[in-house]
Write a protein that binds this ligand. Structure first.
Ligand SMILES: *Cc1c(COP(=O)(O)O)cnc(C)c1O
Length: 467
């Protein structure tokens, strides 16, 4: 075949793009003086440098991740890990026959977590990588619901009114999960001056239709730990007295990666008999970028076979129990990178440094004299405080003033029945240094001085909760 004169790629497969971009520098490109297409795909192509800069520069207007005290999520990793991630951006997690290495590494991460969470019989436990704790806890809820239904059916009992028992301190995702899976929420209100639930309140709600009880290790509101052991002991007692075996799930989205390193003496995990499932967010204190969470079952038998599906579309038999099919696999590698790179030593050091800085921040805030500190980094790297006097300005006014300095700090009222309490929540993460704590304390003092001279009544409104 003689095709020497034929170009390898037909010329017209290239779009006749912005010819000006070939001769003009990126910032001289016509795209910088014309509006960008927002609603329809443009007819013509664009120079890649111009496309990059247009998007990159527009994003400079959004919040700075280093100054974001609102999030629990990771925004910095090692350069070496960044390289590993970019080398594997094209890896599809579901294609386990092709990307065997990725699957193998996922399994190692699961095993590490099974052991970190002290499963008494690790060989019986099972786990899976998820997009975040949200997918993880919905999968856990699904297994508890189905197991309860199958058991009730077999016993000839009604199985149409499943409920979960949880506190008003749970994350929104639990509400979402219960709505999606049509499970009644037995939501325990918070105490006006205690922002977690207790065993007694839980036991008042539990009955034969309870598919699971939820305890939170690190609530989204005050970062406190629910008394998981107390709740477990009450459920064990119920089981011994009545035979009613109600599983306990621990939402360890943030705490499951903190407690094992900073407070290994706290019993919250599979050391406790009724704890059957745990979720954890790799992208929070697992110190990986957003896009990874973990669901772990104490015993694989707790996942009903009726929920596991099979497909052969990839050319092999794939058994799967997850919501997604295709997804990126790179964050699994990043999680494993952290496990082997940091080890227990590194995780402990980083978590401890964060908590020390949170305690320092809390001390500085307390010393201003205007705040009650509700959580000054007792167990977790957090500083939750409330203004003593909100007659002239409130927490929303204060965080608005701090936003002018670049800080993102959430102010909100706690869930009922503690909704009279307005808090400012600051999560301390890796990039928040002692030096930045000093800068923030100084900025808070300045903001308060200004509010005291300019405000005679509060202006800001605080978000409320609709659990
Ligand atoms: C963040 C969080 C969630 C949701 O987890 P994602 O990883 O963001 O999906 C659930 N529960 C608690 C306690 C959380 O802090």
């Amino acid at each position: 075949m003689s095709s020497a004169s034929k170009p390898l790629i037909a010329e017209d497969t290239y779009m006749k793009a912005d010819t000006s971009s070939a001769v003009s520098p990126t910032f001289g490109s016509r795209y910088l003086t014309e509006p960008l297409p927002r609603n329809t795909i443009p007819e013509k192509s664009m120079d890649p440098k111009a496309a990059y800069h247009l998007i990159h520069d527009e994003l400079q207007l959004q919040g700075n991740p280093v100054l974001n005290m609102a999030t629990f999520c990771t925004s910095v990793m090692d350069e070496e890990c960044n390289r590993l991630i970019s080398e594997n951006l094209g890896v599809n997690y579901i294609d386990t026959e092709v990307y065997r290495g990725n699957l193998e590494i996922q399994n190692r991460c699961v095993n590490i977590l099974i052991n970190l969470f002290n499963a008494p019989e690790p060989e019986k436990a099972w786990g899976i990588e998820c997009i975040g704790s949200s997918e993880a806890l919905i999968l856990a809820m699904l297994t508890h619901k189905r197991r309860w239904q199958e058991k009730r059916k077999a016993e000839g009992k009604p199985y149409d009114k499943p409920n979960i028992v949880l506190g008003n301190d749970v994350h929104l995702t639990w509400v979402k999960g219960a709505i999606f899976l049509e499970v009644e929420q037995r939501m325990i209100p918070l105490h006006p001056d205690r922002f977690t639930i207790n065993a007694e309140e839980v036991m008042e709600q539990v009955d034969e239709n309870t598919i699971m009880v939820v305890g939170v290790l690190g609530t989204s509101y005050t970062f406190d730990y629910d008394p998981i052991k107390e709740i477990n002991d009450a459920l064990v007692d119920l089981k011994n007295r009545t035979g009613l075996d109600v599983p306990l799930h621990v939402d360890g989205a943030s705490g499951a990666f903190i407690a094992p390193f900073l407070n290994p003496e706290i019993e919250w995990d599979f050391r406790l008999e009724q704890v059957r499932t745990i979720n954890a967010s790799g992208h929070k204190y697992g110190l990986v970028y957003p896009g990874i969470g973990w669901a772990i079952w104490r015993d694989e038998k707790d996942i009903p076979k009726s929920l596991v599906t099979e497909t052969n579309v990839l050319g092999f038999v794939e058994r799967s129990f997850s919501l997604n099919f295709s997804r990126g696999g790179a964050m699994i590698l990043a999680q494993y990178y952290n496990f082997i790179r940091l080890g227990r030593e590194g995780y402990t050091r980083i978590q401890n440094a964060m908590r020390e800085n949170a305690r320092y921040l809390a001390k500085g805030i307390a010393e201003i004299g205007k705040f009650d500190v509700l959580n000054g980094g007792e167990f977790t790297p957090s500083c939750i405080s409330k203004l003593k006097d909100e007659s002239r300005y409130n927490a929303a006014d204060l965080v608005a003033a701090l936003a002018q300095k670049g800080w993102t700090i959430p102010a909100f009222s706690l869930p009922a029945n503690a909704d009279h309490v307005n808090v400012m929540r600051m999560n301390v993460r890796e990039q928040f240094s002692r030096d930045m704590a000093d800068i923030l304390i100084g900025d808070i003092k300045q903001a308060i001085d200004k509010l005291e001279t300019t405000h005679s009544k509060p202006h800001g409104t605080l978000g409320t909760h609709h659990h």
